[in-house]
Design a protein around this ligand. Structure first.
Ligand code: PLP
Length: 369
């Protein structure tokens, strides 16, 4: 059983065929339609399709003028891209510990790590579970700094009734194939701020402004565009999004029920403030269990799993560059060592869920006797 399989059918093929027939493959009308669909769905004024969530996060920092001498607060337990983009801007990613129930940023550690050099807060909606945004937004307002939501895993996640990615100053989404909807590679940056929107549009495509037949280059921009072939896939995927989300929630509930009697395993927690879309269904295993052995043993049973995500302070780059030592952010370190992502995608059947539960029961028993 694979960890994830994107939900693709003839609808994507039909949309792609329309693009191929035009002969115009780069950013164009399909990308624009995909942007309108995402903006309408999350309720943002603007949405700009990007080549990935990583480039979306990078451009977010660029348009907020984050640069050398600045600090950006980033949760430690995340995919490295969240912090790498800060480094690429010459700023310092200040790593913040997390909560072990939701795997999202810990508010006490966040408050402790604000300094006069803090230029932005970059919370992550980890695995599709919303971070606790109200206190984060209040803290940011108190210090007059913007919030960039890393909503890579969170299209469709809500926080107290509002869509994630439309709460902070800017929101960044991913359409990598491990996400709920995919364009192969791809991302989106959303905002309600017209000034930021104008700069995103300019810098996404080389810094050029069209003047009649030509462009004038106003800035040293990037090529962070999404192609129209990918935009076409995005349109077909957006049409399926509500069904995919519903199906994932149902499967998550069914899997949770099957895992409830296996000791040493904690299913994902749904926070009081709202939603979890289960982009990834990530379990926490007890300290006495050897997580890596469990992943190997599950693989032997033909069930593909992987770790949850990374503790950045445990990675060689962050240790070398910023003198972190392993375990310095203890909760994130524990999550890095003790999480397993289980398969969960809409095409799965209840029989697949039985296989996962039986497999887990066996690999736990193998260690505990
Ligand atoms: C939290 C988080 N942020 C950013 C990214 C980067 O996304 P992309 O692969 O679209 O660049 C990922 C990808 O997995 C992610 O999980």
């Amino acid at each position: 059983m694979r960890l994830n399989v994107p939900f693709l059918d003839e609808r994507e093929l039909e949309e792609i065929a329309k693009v191929l027939a035009t002969g115009y493959l780069t950013q164009g009308p399909k990308t624009a339609e995909f942007e309108r669909l995402v903006a309408a769905y999350i309720g943002s004024r603007y949405a700009f399709a990007m080549s990935s969530c990583t480039t979306a996060l990078h451009l977010a920092l660029v348009v907020l003028d984050v640069g050398p001498g600045d600090e950006v607060l980033v949760p430690d337990f995340t995919f490295p891209a969240t912090a790498n983009v800060v480094v690429q801007q010459g700023a310092v990613p200040v790593l913040v510990d997390i909560d072990l129930d939701t795997f999202t940023i810990n508010l006490d550690d966040l408050r402790r790590k604000i300094t006069p050099r803090t230029r932005a807060i970059l919370p992550v909606h980890t695995f599709g579970c919303s971070a606790d945004m109200d206190p984060i937004m209040a803290l940011a307002a108190e210090h007059g700094i913007p919030v960039i939501e890393d909503a890579a895993c969170a299209i469709g996640t809500t926080y107290r009734g509002r869509f994630c990615g439309n709460i902070g100053t800017l929101g960044c989404f991913s359409f990598h194939p491990r996400k709920v909807i995919t364009t192969g590679e791809g991302g989106m940056i959303t905002t309600n701020d017209p000034r930021l929107a104008e700069r995103i549009q300019l810098l996404r495509s080389h810094g050029g402004v069209r003047t009649g037949f030509w462009f004038e280059y106003e800035a040293a921009g990037y090529n962070y565009r999404l192609s129209d072939v990918q935009g076409a896939i995005g349109i077909a995927q957006m049409a399926k999004l509500p069904i995919l989300l519903e199906r994932k929630r149902l499967l998550a509930a069914q899997l949770r029920a099957r895992l409830s009697d296996i000791s040493g395993i904690q299913s994902p927690v749904e926070p009081a403030w709202g939603g979890h879309i289960y982009q990834s269904f990530v379990i926490l295993v007890a300290e006495d269990l050897d997580r890596d052995r469990m992943i190997r043993d599950l693989r032997a049973l033909e069930i593909e799993t992987t770790l949850g995500t990374y503790a950045l302070h445990d990675q060689p780059f962050f240790q070398r560059e910023y003198d972190y030592i392993a375990g310095q952010l203890p909760v994130s370190h524990a999550a890095f060592k003790r999480t397993i992502t289980l398969p969960l995608y809409p095409q799965m059947s209840e029989a697949d869920l039985d296989l996962i539960a039986d497999g887990l029961r066996r690999v736990v028993a193998a260690q505990r006797g």
